[in-house]
Write a protein that binds this ligand. Structure first.
Ligand SMILES: Nc1ncnc2c1ncn2[C@@H]1O[C@H](COP(=O)(O)OP(=O)(O)OP(=O)(O)O)[C@@H](O)[C@H]1O
Length: 231
């Protein structure tokens, strides 16, 4: 058994239309670790996350998630790993505008019986509990459509959606850029605390080096990426 939830070896990736974006000899994420991955705009952070999530395929090398080489799996198995074991907070949140706050948070459970089973009680209750832990305490907001919420509130909804059902890996793609510094730090602290509670590893990606102090470990993508196209 390995303690690594993500293990990348000799990874190379080029977009069909351009030069090489990623050339990474090694990158690991340990179980339960809270890791900050820093890189300027255009350096390949979102591309790397796409490879980890199995929505992109490497040009060469291996991306192992929970010991499985994503490129060697059939698409249906990749989808299953993503649904059961990865919670993602997207840069633009990707919330479903016509669903309520609670409806958005419980959505992953519809695609993952394993995550549904991990919740012993009522799923709406669990969504409300998570939202409160992540700082969305105003219960009047919970039955509103997400499109009526502020950016900071939407971010909490996206985080609760990523964490519901306790996936082993939570990935956040620079979700804080729209917030002021205090709100951003507070959000990361809450996210970190919740990850520590569930035992999830947290991979947080941003261009903002000042956030590194909030994590167990920090990696600069430019230091591990040998691709010439890196910014
Ligand atoms: N679908 C695509 N097709 C072709 N090239 C792409 C595509 N998506 C991204 N790229 C290129 O790959 C490189 C890395 O982009 P990526 O979005 O991974 O960077 P990033 O570090 O996440 O940037 P940002 O912080 O601005 O989100 C850039 O040069 C970008 O232009």
């Amino acid at each position: 058994m390995t303690d690594l939830v993500i293990s990348i070896e000799e990874l190379r990736f080029s977009w069909p239309s351009g030069g090489e974006v990623l050339n990474i000899e090694r990158f690991d994420l340990n179980a339960g670790e809270r890791l900050f991955l820093r890189g300027p705009s255009g350096s390949g952070k979102s591309t790397l996350l796409g490879l980890i999530a199995g929505v992109l395929e490497p040009s060469a090398g291996h991306v192992n998630v929970l010991g499985k080489d994503m490129a060697k799996l059939r698409p249906a198995s990749r989808d299953r790993i993503r649904a059961d074991h990865l919670g993602v907070i997207f840069q633009m949140f990707n919330l479903v505008p016509y669903l309520s706050v609670v409806g958005n948070v419980t959505l992953p459970l519809k695609f993952s019986p394993a995550r549904r089973k991990a919740i012993s009680g009522d799923t709406d209750e669990e969504a409300r509990r998570l939202l409160a832990r992540l700082g969305l305490t105003d219960t009047a907001l919970l039955d509103r459509r997400v499109s009526d919420l502020s950016v900071g509130q939407q971010q909490r909804v996206a985080a609760a959606r990523a964490m519901i059902g306790g996936p082993e890996i939570v990935i956040a793609d620079e979700p804080t850029s729209a917030l002021d510094a205090d709100a951003r730090d507070r959000f990361i602290e809450l996210l970190s605390e919740e990850a520590a509670c569930t035992g999830a590893a947290l991979l947080f990606v941003s261009h903002d080096a000042s956030l590194a102090r909030l994590f167990d470990r920090a990696v600069d993508l430019r230091e591990i990426n040998k691709a010439g196209a890196a910014a």
